[in-house]
Structures are given as C-alpha cells and as structure tokens.
Write a protein of this length. Structure first.
Length: 276
C-alpha cells in the first residue's frame, strides 16, 4: 500500500468520522452496496460462487467494541472432496480499506479454522472469499453492526505500545489424545504492535497518527508453511491469530512478521514432548 493510498484512506476516514452518524442508516436502508465494485476492484470481476458449503464466517451481529471485533473463518469442504482451499480473503465492505486480510493456507498443513480480531468502521456486510484448487472463487457473508472501529483511540499508550513492538508469543493447544509433536492442534500467535490505522487522532497534538501496521506474517512448522497473512489497517492492535492445523512431527515452529515501516520480526519455538 503506497503512502498516497494511505493518505487517501485517511481523508476517507475523516469524512466517515464527520458524517458517520448517517452511514449506518444508509447501509441499513441498502441505499449503497459497495460489494459489486469490490468484486471488480479486488477480484478482477471474477465469478463468485455460493460458498455456503465451502467457507463459513462467524462474527457478532452487534459488536461490543468496534475496534476488536472477533471473526472466525472455517473451511467446510467434506473429507471426500479432493479440492483444497488455497487462499481466503476477508473483506469488510464499508471500511476505508475493505481488504482486512488475505490468508494463504500451507499446502500440507490442513488449516481448517482461522480466528482474529478486526476493526469495523460502519454497519457493514463482511465477506469471506475462498479460492479453491479448482480455480473458482466461493463467497459467504455476514452482517455486523459496529461504528468507529478504525478511528478508535489505541488501547495502550504510545510508550507502552512502542516497548511491545515486535514481541511475539506462541501457544499451542493440544487436542485430547494427541501429543504435542503429532496430530491435529490449535495454535495462537500474538504480536505486539500498535497497528495504527492512519485514522486515529493523537489526543495531545490533535494530529492524525500515521498508518503503521503488520502487513505480512508467515508461520512454518520446521520449513513447511502453515499459514501466511497479508494484513491491512483493519487488523486490530496487537494482532492475534488463532488457527488449527495438522502437525507434521516438526520439532520447531517459526514466525516472521513485517510491518509497513520495514521492520522484520522473527522468532521460533521448540516443540517437544512437554509442549511449549
């Protein structure tokens, strides 16, 4: 994302803050549906197939906090289906930058669930688009009532956020009957980062804080890719990704993240019989 693009997003966000009270009504009245234009801009107007049996999306209908709205994506292909989900794109239609994240699923990791937290700026449809190995796109959607998530002040003060930048934590949750070095499991990666959207105002200077966020994340078990993410301004402060995958017996788990300022953060964790 270029600096010009980000500045344009800031302008759009400021206008949204100024006139935000009217936007949810417009969406609720279905006076404006951005989705057809997003299909053209994001997916080159490729055909969208019904994804009800391919991809599921779960979000609260009414968000408690628009700056940290939980979202879970689940693949729904039957075990007998020889197709594979290659990528999932999460689109928050009414956000200033609608693409919240693009996930690439490792070819052998058998990822079936991804959860994270996002900012939601207005009442909006949220779409999950899965690209399958058959070359087709499959879409499903949900509706969320939330407002102001992209411009909400950071939860942590600037000094605390600065001290946490790049800190990573990894947790794994072994399923019953499975050892930590084999079988299916859930895992979680947490990265300390303010993930500034570019639409938040510094309460002291009254100036807008420049966009500054994690835009790339890759996770491996040994040298085999588990999951990769391209993130945008909609991913909440301190990105938190929880996912399921199938272990290949790896002895280590690795993570690499990059942000829009060019910082690279790396870490790895040993996996042994006692867990992590």
């Amino acid at each position: 994302m270029t600096s010009l693009h980000l500045r344009l997003l800031c302008v759009a966000g400021i206008l949204g803050v100024m006139f935000g009270a009217r936007l949810p009504l417009a969406v609720a009245d279905e006076a404006y549906d951005p989705w057809p234009g997003l299909v053209k801009d994001i997916f080159d107007d490729r055909p969208m197939n019904d994804g009800a049996d391919v991809i599921g999306i779960e979000m609260p209908y009414r968000a408690e906090d628009a700056a940290i709205v939980p979202v879970t994506l689940r693949t729904k292909l039957a075990p007998s289906d020889d197709r594979r989900v290659l990528r999932i794109t999460l689109v928050i239609d009414q956000n200033p930058a609608p693409i919240a994240a693009k996930f690439e699923l490792g070819p052998d990791a058998r990822v079936t669930e991804i959860s994270t937290r996002v900012r939601v700026n207005n009442y909006t449809n949220v779409h999950a688009v899965a690209e399958l190995s058959d070359g087709k796109l499959y879409v499903t959607k949900t509706f969320v009532k939330a407002s102001g998530g992209c411009s909400a002040p950071a939860a942590k003060d600037a000094d605390e956020a600065k001290n946490r930048i790049g800190q990573m934590r990894y947790r794994q949750f072994v399923k019953a009957g499975e050892g930590p070095t084999s079988g299916a499991r859930e895992a979680q990666i947490m990265i300390g980062h303010p993930n500034n959207s570019g639409l938040q105002m510094d309460q002291l200077t009254q100036l807008y804080i420049p966009a500054f966020f994690i835009n790339e994340l890759k996770l491996w078990q040994d040298d085999s890719l588990v999951l990769a993410m391209e993130g945008g301004i909609s991913i909440s402060e301190d990105p938190n990704i929880r996912f399921t995958y199938v272990s290949n017996g790896a002895k280590r788990f690795r993570a690499e993240a990059k942000d829009t300022a060019g910082h690279v953060f790396q870490n790895e964790w040993k996996i042994d019989d006692s867990g992590i």
